[in-house]
Each structure stands twice: as structure tokens, then as C-alpha cells.
Write a protein that binds this ligand. Structure first.
Ligand code: UDP
Ligand code: MG
Length: 317
């Protein structure tokens, strides 16, 4: 039977930890009782350099439930995406399948069972998708939705309204570990892995206790990181803009020449206006062109796996 590891990044989650632990242990007990996962499945709390008593509580829980609660202590605060990665890569060697979830229980733990069912049906990645964002503030909802739309325009494959609540099989995490890049935007990277995937839907709840660790500043940083680490399209946009402005400079040239010959201009204006448009366009074009090479270098240095083989069919000797 498959051993499940539930990976939970925690940063200053003192008010949440016991509640989380209890809820997630409940999920484990339930799934074990139903015979869906092995009895030695566990919750792995990753302490992301918390400044409060989060780690002490994780240790306490581990003492109380040595089999069901494990912990990883990071030496300092590295941020959600990195803490989650540390948890997944640690869990990979201890389990057959992982589910990542936030400590605040905003994501519905009840759909973990559905995720496991889909895993047993052959999925390697199952995305938890929010049905609607009723409980989010108007501000968070609109900014988040605008963000997903923009990512889409930038050519980054993301799952709409999916954050970091997802199931990954051992081999999916193993393939993920081949992505050696340092700038992580997990929800944009997982779709690159491939394999059979599916989604489960749930209503996002309010944080049970404690407060959000994602203020606007961190959200913007995450958004920018998401685009800049998965897409070189912004550079191509500059190239396009350069071409457009050179096009406009032709029109500006016509206009300037007509004005010149009809005699309505101050001396020197025609040559100035022509130079401004043409040189401006040329400069953007040049920057865009150089940018194309930088974009290529950027993609090369990531050393991402070039493909992921899912199956090989061959005759047996
Ligand atoms: N988190 C973390 N390191 C950080 C910030 C957040 O491990 O530097 C964890 C946090 O403990 C929580 C998850 O990331 O389990 C998501 O954070 P939060 O719920 O505050 O984000 P929100 O739901 O408000 O976007
Ligand atoms: Mg949250």
C-alpha cells in the first residue's frame, strides 16, 4: 500500500500548529481505516525559520505521535516556495506519494481523499483548485485573478486558481528534483513535468488562526518571479515594440515631409522628428534583439530536463 506524506510549510504558525496537526492526523487515520494508504503514512511539518514557538510545537507533536508527525527544521527563513521544496524533496525518499498543503487549513483537507483516489486511478499530479474566492477580500481576489490572466498572456502554463495544494507521486517529485533552478515558482513548474494530471475542486476557507504571511509586497515578488522565471516573452514584447515604432517612424516621416514641403515648419523640426522616431525604434529593436540572446542564455543556464519519458513500449527478449 502507498505511503503518504503530507508536507506542510510553516512560518510563525504557532496558533495553527496543533489544530493543523490534529486535522491532518485525522485525515491520515481516516484514509488508513479505509485502506487507501499505508498505516505508516505521516505529516511532515517544515519549519521555515519561524520566530515563534512553531518548532517547539512540532517537536512536542512528534513526541506525542512519533509515527504520524515528523518535522524538518530549516536553518533560517527561506520563503514558502523553498520551504515547500525542502519538504517535498525530503518526503520523496520517505514515501510513495506526497500532498502539499498550507498550515492554515484554508485548503479543504476533505479533498485529500479524492486526490488519493485519482492517484490510485493513475494520476501523478493532482491539483487542488479553488472553486471560488468568496472568503478572500475583494482586493486579494481581483489581484489574484488578474495575475493568473497575465501569466496566461505571458505564455506560462498555470492551473487557474490553483496554489500549492497538490498531490505528487514519488516519480513526479523525482522529476521535479531534476529542475535545478534557484528561482522557484512551483505552481508554474509542475505543469512542465507532464504525466497524467487531474484536478479536484474545493471552496477555500478562511484562515483558522494566525494571520496571512503573504502581504502585498510578497505577492508582487511572487508574481514577478513567476513571470520572469518561466517566460522570456517580455523580451519578445520589447522586440515587437521596436518594430512597431520603426513602422510609426515611416508614418512620421511622411507627415514630416509633407509638412516640410507645404512650408509650415520651423527649420530643423523635420530632421529632428525623423531622428527621434527612427532612432527610438532602432534602439528598442536592438535591445529586444540582444534580449533574445539573453533570454536564450537564461533558459540554458537553468539546465532544465529536456524531456520526461513516461513510458517505453518495447518487445521483450
Ligand atoms: N510560509 C512559509 N514561509 C514564509 C511564508 C509563509 O513557510 O516565509 C507558509 C505559511 O506558514 C503557510 C503557507 O506558507 O503554511 C502559506 O502562507 P499564508 O497562508 O500566510 O498565505 P496566504 O494563504 O495568505 O496567501
Ligand atoms: Mg493561507
Amino acid at each position: 500500500m502507498d505511503k503518504l506524506a503530507i508536507v506542510v510549510p510553516c512560518y510563525n504558525e504557532e496558533p495553527m500548529l496543533k489544530i493543523s496537526s490534529e486535522a491532518l492526523r485525522g485525515v491520515l487515520d481516516d484514509l488508513v481505516a479505509k485502506g487507501k494508504i499505508s498505516p505508516d503514512s505521516f505529516v511532515l511539518f517544515v519549519n521555515d525559520g519561524s520566530k515563534d514557538r512553531t518548532w517547539d510545537l512540532i517537536e512536542e507533536e512528534h513526541k506525542l505521535y512519533p509515527k504520524q508527525v515528523c518535522g524538518v527544521k530549516l536553518a533560517g527563513n527561506v520563503g514558502h516556495q523553498y520551504a515547500l521544496t525542502a519538504g517535498l524533496l525530503t518526503a520523496k525518499d520517505m514515501s510513495d506519494v506526497t500532498v502539499s498543503i498550507d498550515a492554515d487549513l484554508q485548503d479543504d483537507v476533505a479533498v485529500i481523499e479524492e486526490m488519493i483516489d485519482k492517484f490510485h486511478a493513475g494520476c501523478d499530479i493532482v491539483y487542488g483548485v479553488r472553486r471560488e474566492r468568496k472568503t478572500d477580500t475583494f482586493f486579494k481576489r481581483t489581484t489574484a485573478q488578474g495575475f493568473y490572466k497575465m501569466m496566461d498572456m505571458m505564455g506560462v502554463k498555470t492551473i487557474y486558481n490553483h496554489a500549492d495544494f497538490r498531490l505528487m507521486s514519488k516519480r513526479a517529485v523525482e522529476q521535479f528534483s531534476q529542475y535545478k533552478e534557484t528561482n522557484l515558482y512551483l505552481r508554474g513548474m509542475m505543469p512542465l513535468i507532464g504525466y497524467q494530471t487531474d484536478s479536484v475542486y474545493y471552496d477555500r476557507k478562511e484562515r483558522v488562526a494566525g494571520e496571512s504571511k503573504y502581504p502585498l509586497k510578497k505577492m508582487l515578488a511572487l508574481a514577478f518571479n513567476g513571470i520572469s522565471s518561466l517566460s522570456v516573452k517580455p523580451i519578445t514584447l520589447i522586440l515587437g515594440l521596436g518594430l512597431l515604432i520603426i513602422g510609426i517612424s515611416v508614418l512620421a516621416a511622411l507627415y514630416a515631409l509633407i509638412s516640410y514641403f507645404t512650408g509650415h515648419v520651423v527649420p530643423g523640426w523635420t530632421s529632428l522628428i525623423l531622428s527621434i522616431w527612427f532612432l527610438g525604434g532602432l534602439q528598442l529593436l536592438a535591445i529586444g534583439l540582444v534580449g533574445q540572446y539573453i533570454g536564450k542564455i537564461y533558459i540554458e543556464v537553468k539546465h532544465r530536463p529536456r524531456y520526461n519519458i513516461e513510458k517505453i513500449l518495447q518487445s521483450e527478449e
